[in-house]
Design a protein around this ligand. Structure first.
Ligand code: SAH
Length: 362
């Protein structure tokens, strides 16, 4: 059976090399060739013996998901649609800025959490992505952006904010992030790798122990009644437990705070009273609040808050001593903005059928 070396971290590669009777340093060589130089051909690995290269070529591959579409928005945001088989495809988005380049990476084909304002949530869920499919997004983007990781890097930051709930695919996401952090691979610092979660409390605690990268939490509401509606996983892990987990995480957080994400939905969660409620709620949590103007998609009932409502909300938070920023909307004209990633998902939860049914019944 051929194995895909793209999805192996240093530890797994060392074990694989040991199985071939090779020394552990081969694992580091392989990481550098695969991730820093970006090769998928063992023949190119000129610091290895011909016999080893031939053996690898017989027994292993370096394969990332194939690209179905590659679209660039007028603002420079670029989106790839990657084929992950059996009719499923996932989105990866590159967001260039003057001082950094951010890659937004998907962790699942679809999502099972059903947040009411998220396009991925509406698609239903198919499956977890493998490590190769997760790290393959970074591998591919680096190659297509035309530079290796050792030179002037096009990708300086990675955010696990694409399709899916990363903590629901914990092991594969953590292994992929270990490859991102490994100096022999992408060498990104923990500050520059951010995982965003809808609030899977046990996953936050595991992440704290196993791979403490920067953490973003999708809060979106200042109380349980509203959050139950917008982010249904709140019924299982209510706000109090979630913020307690954030406090535990802050002890190890690379920047010493947690980023709280808050989507701005007109007339739903954007009033001055709600801003005050939010400020009181998170008063004791070292955090920054990132307000995300809602990005619409077909068939959704929500609307984006007005710029005035967003500014007012931010001012109330700032007045209460919180650091609050407004996320710039990028790539919305190619459906690459937050919450617009729909990919292609063969729903196995029958959610889309159920939704159509409900809509017809209305
Ligand atoms: N499942 C994880 C990772 C997704 S990150 C999480 O929930 O955090 C994507 C971010 O965009 C989340 O904060 C999500 O709540 C937000 N989002 C989802 N739909 C959106 C929309 N339509 N407009 C703006 N932001 C949205």
């Amino acid at each position: 059976m051929t194995v895909n070396l793209l999805g192996m971290d240093q530890e797994a590669l060392a074990a694989y090399c040991a199985g071939l009777g090779e020394k552990p340093f081969r694992a580091r060589q392989l990481l550098r060739w695969i991730h820093q130089v970006g090769v998928d051909d063992f023949g190119a690995m000129t610091d290895m013996s011909k016999a080893l290269r031939e053996r690898l070529a017989r027994e292993a591959v370096i394969t990332a998901p194939a690209v179905l579409h590659d679209t660039t928005a007028p603002d420079g945001t670029r989106k790839w649609l990657l084929d992950v088989g059996t009719g499923n495809a996932i989105d990866t988005v590159f967001i260039p800025e003057t001082s950094r380049g951010t890659l937004c990476v998907s962790s699942q084909a679809g999502c099972a959490l059903e947040c009411s304002f998220c396009s991925t949530g509406r698609q239903g869920f198919n499956r977890n992505l493998t490590v190769a499919e997760i790290i393959g997004q970074l591998w591919w983007a680096n190659r297509s952006l035309g530079r290796g990781v050792t030179e002037d890097r096009p990708i300086s930051n990675v955010v696990m904010m694409g399709m899916g709930e990363p903590l629901a695919n914990f092991d594969n996401v953590v292994t992929a992030m270990r490859i991102m952090l490994d100096d022999h691979a992408y060498g990104l610092s923990r500050r520059r790798v951010t995982l965003s979660t809808a609030g899977l409390v046990p996953g936050i605690d595991r992440l704290r122990d196993e791979c403490p990268v920067s953490l973003a939490v999708s809060l979106h509401a200042p109380n349980d009644a509203l959050r139950d509606e917008l982010v249904p996983i709140n019924r299982k892990y209510p706000i109090k437990e979630l913020l307690a987990a954030c406090l535990r995480y802050v002890e190890v957080a690379p920047r010493g705070y947690v980023m709280l994400e808050y989507v701005m939905l007109a007339g739903v969660n954007d009033s001055v009273a709600q801003a005050r409620e939010l400020a009181a709620l998170v008063r004791d949590v070292p955090c920054k609040v990132n307000l995300i103007p809602f990005n619409p998609f077909p068939g959704i009932q929500y609307q984006r808050s007005s710029p005035e409502a967003i500014d007012r909300f931010r001012d109330v938070l700032a007045h209460a001593g919180l650091i609050a920023t407004v996320r710039k909307t990028r790539g919305d004209d190619i459906d690459a903005a937050c919450g617009q990633l729909a990919g292609q998902v063969q729903d196995r939860t029958r959610r889309s059928a159920r939704r159509q049914h409900e809509e017809l019944a209305q």
